[in-house]
Design a protein around this ligand. Sequence first.
Ligand SMILES: Cc1ncc(COP(=O)(O)O)c(C=O)c1O
Length: 387
Amino acid sequence: MNICEIDNLYVEHTYNRFPLTIVSGSGSTVTDEAGRTYIDFGSGIATNSFGVADPVWQQAITEQIGKVQHTSNLYYSEPCAVLAQKLCERTGLKKVFFCNSGAEANEGALKIARKYAADRGNTAPVIVTLKNSFHGRTIATLTATGQDGYHQHFGPFPAGFVYAEANNVADTLEKLAGENVCAILMEAVQGEGGINVLEDDYVKAVADYCAENDKLLMFDEVQTGNGRCGTLYAYMHYGVKPDVVSTAKGLAGGLPFGAVLIGEKAEGVLVAGTHGSTFGGNPVCAAAANSVVDRLTEELFAEIRAKYAYFCETMSGAAGVAEITGRGFMLGVLPTEKSAADVVRECREQGLLVLTAKNKVRLLPALNIGWDEWKQGLEILKGVLAK
Ligand SMILES: Cc1ncc(COP(=O)(O)O)c(C=O)c1O
């Protein structure tokens, strides 16, 4: 039996996998079992920030593994403390809680919002999230996810969530003004929802309302964060100051890691014993994250923006393209006639790996993809869309 057959026999089918086993790679090129190479425009769904088997990232991990792989959260750990300092200094937020995934980071954010409310005598807190959002697969983050499809089969769900329409100021402020509402959680660019960018005026209006009415402004930066949108975090495009930011995916460049960044307003809400995680802040993952964050420089962001501009020039108005959306290296292409799934399959057959987000083709390349691979991959995509 080959790997696909063994997997199909023994692994629970929660994913519809593509018929491809990636065994190795280098940067933005990955190699399958048969030795065939592909340009990778997915980077493990925005996790492999600097591509596959990046040497700087590898060194950071191997050095830490040679010292200690895990300490538990009962002790202090240098990679964790130093990373928290970097994240706070670069965002202006005050504290960090480390965890292992995006869903867990959002669970942390939701717990902060609920305790923030409880500390103020609000014992039935309500959190606003946006329609078409995606926040994770745990019961609470599924509930926060504003898409009915995800709410099938898994009820009963926790109370205390209402859904507002993205980019609709009146609807969102009305929901925020509702009884017992303590916070809003939103993605600056909805990822799984179809690469939909929140508008400037909308985010500013929501941020102003939260600041004036003691609501927590929380950004889910699991997919948008860590350089993906051409800034350290995507909220930075709007000039607003969040109270809570959840992040994961690309933070440790492909190792499981997440973080909740906590601003002044919510600092100290989680006290000892109120939250925790066995592996959260794992030193190997934190060392990987330190190496990633150190490389998220203004120079890199300028490169991402230049490659984004090239993408817009190449794809906008091209044959078979109805619309392009996104920011930086979080991009969507809506085909005129083909289904996104067909485009993904045809691209793969031609040596390019891309993803879907609803009815769009989604591109999430490694942040350091070279110009050659970027141009070559976009040519393949353009050809498939035009055919
Ligand atoms: C915006 C957003 N939030 C949360 C998650 C869940 O992250 P994880 O799969 O690491 O739990 C995802 C995953 O796609 C995401 O895109």
